[in-house]
Every structure is written in structure tokens, then in C-alpha cells.
Write a protein that binds this ligand. Structure first.
Ligand SMILES: Nc1ncnc2c1ncn2[C@@H]1O[C@H](COP(=O)(O)OP(=O)(O)OP(=O)(O)O)[C@@H](O)[C@H]1O
Ligand SMILES: CC(C)(CO)[C@@H](O)C(=O)[O-]
Ligand code: BAL
Length: 411
């Protein structure tokens, strides 16, 4: 079979997504519609260099920096929030684990454009790491994160007001073990959406995410919050949390999910964990996942769903099959090339899932019977494990890369 050929527009489009004001909260024209070019550049350098690049970054002519206030306790945050409420300020919130990159900064920019005040949390949440995962080595870069946030401003010169950087004991006052079976106290889970896709390999991950986000939402009480499409399952789950548990702050419709920010040349989704990759792996092989998703998207678009009322005669099942085949084939090809170059790429999964139930569509197509199966929207997502093969044959650290594309719908 022939290798799938990706149209140029799919591999060379400008990946830097710039958040444009939705004009809901503010009518003022945007002075800056995208992030400074310097933020794009950091992904082409090593982690250490990138941090200092960011801290030195300016917004271009006339830029100035203003350091946000750093708050470490829930008590101080609540005092600040009470005052904002009394002054009728609309508060936007961006939760992060720090080691900020242009993807995070795009979310913060959206909050600045659409709210009076902006809070960014930086907290590496132990509850979402399994005991064997990278909690201890996860990059912690508060000084350069603070410097990067100091550079941002809205068209009306609104700045990041607060960096909320609590300790683990502040967020887990009764203590915490990462071993779920041994945990005591209040934890939050969203059932039915947390065991597939990322949850298949990280079974306790979303329990940790949902628990910490519940705490953060209670502490910040934001009017609006901003998340990235890169972690698509997290967004679907958190929206469900907000609606099922009747959260007043933020209300579910005020949780915004913004497109994935990518390396402008390779298309690699920006991620704090990309700092673990060698330049060779980051530039040549890690983008394989995105290239696979693009090939899948092309295959999806080539199989049209029958119009409403017309018989399906198996197009739905064929669409699923061809889409996944195209994507998986790209990974297989790229893994073979990488292997020859001393890099191991191992596919954890590529799947198609229903955008709201997250049901696995490949399995559904098989169980429903292919002639009756219809599908017009899906999340195609995947996880790829990348590692270097050392000269002594040992593998270096394994980095988990995730990515997704939305087929037939938007968030
Ligand atoms: N490339 C990106 N584009 C848009 N949003 C992003 C991107 N990367 C992360 N985000 C979003 O930023 C928020 C904080 O994410 P987080 O601090 O875990 O960063 P990360 O880069 O995803 O880190 P990790 O390497 O641990 O996955 C989340 O809402 C996440 O979806
Ligand atoms: C939402 C979040 C900050 C919770 O720790 C984390 O999962 C992330 O950064 O995506
Ligand atoms: N953005 C996801 C954070 C994590 O993998 O823990």
C-alpha cells in the first residue's frame, strides 16, 4: 500500500493558535492578537535555555513587566477574592502545573482579554501522579513562570493579578498518599468518563485532576476558567463535573477550551514534558503523533456520512476503520525510522471516541453491527511513548506524549 500523503496545508499551517477576544466581556479592539514570537521559539531549545528565554521575553515595542502577587495560602486567596467580589470584578482563572509555555500563556491571554482580574494557579498536584510516575522530576520553575506571566497584558493593559502557588499541605490539609487504596478523606470522581483513553493507562489520573480542580475552583471561585484542548479528556470530564455537581463558580458554560498550541514548524503539541526530550527526538520523532492524527483526519474526511434519511450501508464502520488504519500506519512507519536512528516510539493507543460519552467508537461499531453504525463526530486522540536507546542498549526516560484532533465538531 502507498504511504498516505499529507496535504501541505496540514503539515505547514501556522500552528501557533492565538486566542481572539470573543467580544463578550470587552468591546475594546485587541491590540495583541497573538503571543510574542519569542514564546514560540522556546520549543526549539533545551529546557534550561527556554526558561531564560521566557524570562527575558518582551512583548515588543513599549512592553513593560509587572510582577503578579504570589499567594501561597487559601486564606489569603479568599481575602483577595472577597475584595474582587465586593468591587464587582469578573475573575478569570487558568489552572496549571507550571513550567509555562506558549500553550499556557495563550490561555492566560484569553483570560486577560475577557475578565477584569486573572488568577493563574501553579501547583504540581501529587494526587494525579501514580506512584511510578514523574512527580519528583516534574519541572518546577516558579521564578521563570512568574517572569513570563509578568510580560503579559490585555489590550487594555490588564495584567495577571495573582499567581496562586500553594504547598501540598495547603491543598491537602489532611495529608495525601498517591496510593489510592490508602487514601482517606474527600476525593472527587467523574464516573464513566475516566477509565478510557488516558484513563486506560492512568487509571487514577482523573480522580486526582478532578479532586484538585474542585479544590481550586472552591478556593478561586472564578467567573470563567480556561483549559487547553491538548488535554481533551480532562476538559470533557471537568465540564461534566461542573454541570453534575451544580458548580456556581464557574458555571459550566464559562469553562472555555482553547485550541492546542503547536510548534510552528513540526506541529508538535506544546507540553511541559517536551522538556524531557532530546532535540533530535523533539524535532524529528515526537511530532509523529500529530502527523498520524492528520493522516487519520484526512481519511475521515474522505468517507462521507450518508445524508439524514438515506441508508448507511456500513459507511460509519468503514469510516472508523479507515481513519484508525491511516493513523496507526503513520505511527508504524515513523517508529521504524526512529528505531534506526536510536529512538524508540511506542504507541500506547490511538482511538476514536464519542465527544460526550467518550465511548470507544471502534468497539461500538463492532458491537452494533457494521451496517447500522453511523458516526459524524468523534475525538481522535492518542498517546505515544518516546525514549532514546542509549549506546549500552538501555532505554532512557520514557516520555508520554498526548495529542488529539476533533472530527466533525468543535469544543
Ligand atoms: N499545547 C497546549 N495548547 C493549549 N493548551 C495547553 C497546551 N499544553 C497544556 N495546555 C493546557 O494548559 C493547562 C495546564 O496544563 P499543564 O500545566 O499540565 O501543562 P502541560 O504542558 O499539559 O503539561 P504536561 O507536560 O504535564 O502534560 C491545561 O488546561 C492544559 O490543557
Ligand atoms: C488541570 C491541572 C492543572 C490540574 O492539576 C492539570 O491536570 C493540568 O495542568 O492540565
Ligand atoms: N496536563 C496534564 C497533566 C498531567 O499529565 O499530569
Amino acid at each position: 500500500m502507498q504511504e498516505p500523503v499529507l496535504p501541505r496545508r496540514l503539515i505547514s499551517q501556522p500552528f501557533q493558535s492565538s486566542y481572539k477576544s470573543q467580544g463578550k466581556a470587552r468591546d475594546a479592539p485587541l491590540k495583541r492578537q497573538c503571543l510574542p514570537v519569542v514564546y514560540q521559539r522556546q520549543y526549539r531549545t533545551q529546557a534550561g535555555e527556554s526558561k531564560s528565554d521566557v524570562s527575558k521575553a518582551g512583548n515588543g515595542a513599549g512592553s513593560s513587566s509587572l510582577t503578579p502577587r504570589i499567594i501561597h495560602t487559601v486564606k489569603d486567596l479568599r481575602a483577595w477574592r472577597r475584595e474582587a467580589l465586593m468591587n464587582g470584578k469578573k475573575v478569570g482563572f487558568v489552572p496549571t502545573m507550571g513550567a509555562l509555555h506558549a500553550g499556557h500563556l495563550n490561555l492566560v491571554q484569553a483570560s486577560l482579554e475577557n475578565n477584569d482580574c486573572t488568577v493563574v494557579s501553579i501547583f504540581v498536584n501529587p494526587a494525579q501522579f501514580a506512584p511510578h510516575e514523574d512527580l519528583s522530576s516534574y519541572p518546577r520553575t516558579l521564578p521563570s513562570d512568574t517572569a513570563a506571566l509578568s510580560q503579559l497584558s490585555s489590550g487594555e493593559d490588564r495584567r495577571v493579578d495573582i499567581i496562586f502557588a500553594p504547598s501540598v499541605s495547603e491543598m491537602y490539609p489532611s495529608g495525601l498518599t498517591q496510593v489510592v487504596q490508602d487514601q482517606v478523606g474527600a476525593f472527587v470522581e467523574v464516573k464513566g468518563l475516566s477509565h478510557q483513553m488516558e484513563g486506560g493507562s492512568r487509571p487514577t489520573f482523573f480522580r486526582g485532576v478532578v479532586t484538585v480542580c474542585t479544590k481550586l475552583f472552591h478556593a478561586v471561585q472564578p467567573d470563567a476558567t480556561y483549559f487547553g484542548q491538548k488535554d481533551i479528556q480532562q476538559s470533557v470530564i471537568l465540564r461534566r463535573l461542573l454541570s453534575d455537581l451544580l458548580f456556581p463558580f464557574p458555571e459550566p458554560q464559562n469553562m472555555h477550551v482553547l485550541p492546542t498550541t503547536r510548534d510552528p514548524i513540526t506541529g508538535l503539541a506544546l507540553s511541559s514534558r517536551n522538556a524531557y526530550l532530546s532535540p533530535k527526538t523533539r524535532e524529528k520523532y515526537a511530532p509523529a503523533l500529530y502527523r498520524a492524527l492528520m493522516a487519520g483526519q484526512l481519511a475521515w474526511e474522505q468517507v462521507q456520512e450518508p445524508e439524514e434519511g438515506k441508508s448507511s450501508s456500513g459507511e460509519g464502520a468503514m469510516r472508523i476503520r479507515r481513519t484508525l488504519q491511516a493513523a496507526r500506519k503513520v505511527i508504524a512507519g515513523e517508529a521504524a525510522l526512529a528505531q534506526k536512528d536510536g529512538v524508540r516510539l511506542q504507541l500506547d493507543y490511538i482511538s476514536l471516541n464519542d465527544p460526550s460519552t467518550l465511548a470507544n467508537l471502534e468497539q461500538q461499531a463492532a458491537s452494533v453491527g457494521s451496517s447500522d453504525f453511523k458516526v459524524d463526530k468523534a475525538i481522535m486522540s492518542g498517546a505515544l511513548l518516546a525514549s532514546e536507546i542509549e549506546p549500552d542498549g538501555k532505554k532512557s526516560r520514557v516520555t508520554r506524549l498526548i495529542d488529539n484532533v476533533l472530527l466533525g465538531f468543535s469544543m
